[in-house]
Design a protein around this ligand. Structure first.
Ligand code: 5RP
Length: 221
């Protein structure tokens, strides 16, 4: 039986087909993305520049000599390619397992198309089994956690973790997410919340899923 990593690689390799040459693109963060960067390098496709979302992604781009460009230097990206912790049938996602969802949401926001890459275990009918990451200003974390409990979740501070932008993460367990967009907005309205990992407004346009029967390309329903 194929391992989860093998299925991530299946999705990552297929996703290279969605990358146009001679354009600026954005790339997320995580193990699935790492397979994608390797596959992109092996494809020999010419990329004008990549907006990266983390130090890890930048390091890998450098290793494969794929040119990086800064977010402030470009106004739009042809595609944004990233993994997810969960993705539902409308291609809304929970992201931030790696703690990079703030940068990921910023970069995804200027892309014409979001290509999500994931192994089949991530494809769910309802979001919320995976704890929802909420990036917070450190002094606000207890107040924010109390408010998140009122929303029905059990908050847990991610220990020994500081985000790219110097904040902390509270992971919320036990949420039953029936309305991803309104929950995304409600959480982001709490003072001290920098960004949460729900991608309802920034749902993917295409999901490339690695399955034991090969790569499947799924569009939202
Ligand atoms: C990082 C993310 C990742 O895309 C998500 O955690 C999936 O990671 P992986 O590809 O390692 O399973 O949102 O913030």
């Amino acid at each position: 039986m194929a391992s989860q990593d093998e299925l991530k690689r299946v999705a990552a390799e297929k996703a290279v087909e969605f990358v146009p040459e001679n354009e600026y693109i954005g790339i997320g963060t995580g193990t699935t993305v790492n397979f994608f960067i390797e596959a992109l390098a092996n494809s020999g496709k010419k990329i004008k520049g990549v907006v990266s979302t983390s130090h890890e992604t930048s390091k890998l781009l450098e290793k494969y000599e794929i040119p990086e460009v800064q977010m402030n230097e470009v106004s739009h990206l042809a595609v944004y390619v990233d993994g997810a912790d969960e993705v539902n049938h409308s291609l809304q996602m929970i992201k931030g397992g790696g703690g990079a969802h703030l940068n990921e949401k910023i970069v995804a926001n200027i892309a014409d198309k979001f290509i999500c890459i994931a192994d089949e275990s991530k494809y769910v009918s309802r979001l919320g089994r995976f704890p929802l990451p909420v990036e917070v200003i450190p002094m606000a974390r207890s107040m924010v956690s109390r408010k998140l409990m009122v929303l029905g979740g059990q908050p847990e501070l991610r220990m020994d973790f500081v985000t790219f932008n110097g904040h902390q993460i509270v992971d919320i367990h036990g949420l039953n997410i029936t309305q991803p967009i309104s929950l995304e907005d409600e959480i982001n309205k709490i003072p001290g919340v920098v960004e949460n990992g729900l991608f309802g407004h920034n749902a993917a346009d295409v999901l490339v899923l690695g399955t034991k029967d090969g790569a499947k390309v799924i569009t939202p329903n």
